[in-house]
Design a protein around this ligand. Structure first.
Ligand code: IMP
Ligand code: MG
Length: 178
């Protein structure tokens, strides 16, 4: 990966827009689960920044866990073969679970994550994703709390990577292909 990309990317969603939308989603979750406990499950690694901002605005009885899903694809394409390589360390039977993801692209990753978690009989199982690329969907996924729908562009920043780089950008950018 060369460094040209850094100068070749453009801002798609800036920090104030992210902050405003994250606040709105947190309010929705706070209202929906008022008086209840929620278990937040972040999908590593991409969700860490969105999740961190989101949970600061959640005022419920909250526990935080991570799981890791890896799809064996090359470059910017998913292979459709998803493996859960790190599981959460708690029993979610009867609990309200909110899975937090960076982006839903083909949907294959979430299909596997939901298959795994729904088999454990949570009371509620919701999906919260910062981004969605609906044009790329290959299986049906319901996103309960969505930050932004975006066009079919490869995005970086705010936790999202290209070859493990650019996760630290505080905004969502997209790579301009000449
Ligand atoms: P899916 O299984 O195709 O829905 O892909 C989900 C995963 O692919 C996400 O959790 C991201 O880690 C990664 N991904 C998909 N699109 C992008 C993108 O535009 N930028 C960075 N990562 C992406
Ligand atoms: Mg991811």
């Amino acid at each position: 990966m060369n460094m040209e990309i850094l100068s070749n990317h453009k801002v798609l969603i800036d920090e104030p827009a992210l902050d405003k939308r994250v606040g709105e989603i947190a309010e929705q979750i706070n209202n929906e689960f008022a008086g209840e406990k929620v278990i937040i499950v972040g999908v590593l690694k991409g969700s860490f920044m969105f999740m961190s901002d989101l949970i600061k605005k959640i005022n419920l009885d909250t526990e935080v866990y991570f799981l890791k899903a890896e799809s064996y694809g090359r470059g910017t394409e998913t292979s459709g073969e998803v493996k859960i390589t790190k599981d959460i360390e708690t029993d979610i039977n009867g609990e309200n679970v909110i899975v937090v993801e960076d982006i839903i692209d083909s949907g294959f990753t979430m299909r596997e994550v939901f298959k795994l978690l729904s088999a454990r009989n949570p009371k509620a199982l919701k999906l919260c994703s910062c981004l969605s690329k609906p044009d790329r969907r290959e299986c049906e996924i319901t996103i309960d709390y969505l930050g932004f729908e975006i066009p079919d562009e490869f995005v970086i920043g705010y936790g999202l990577d290209y070859a493990e780089k650019y996760r630290n950008l505080p905004y969502i950018g997209y790579i301009e292909v000449e």
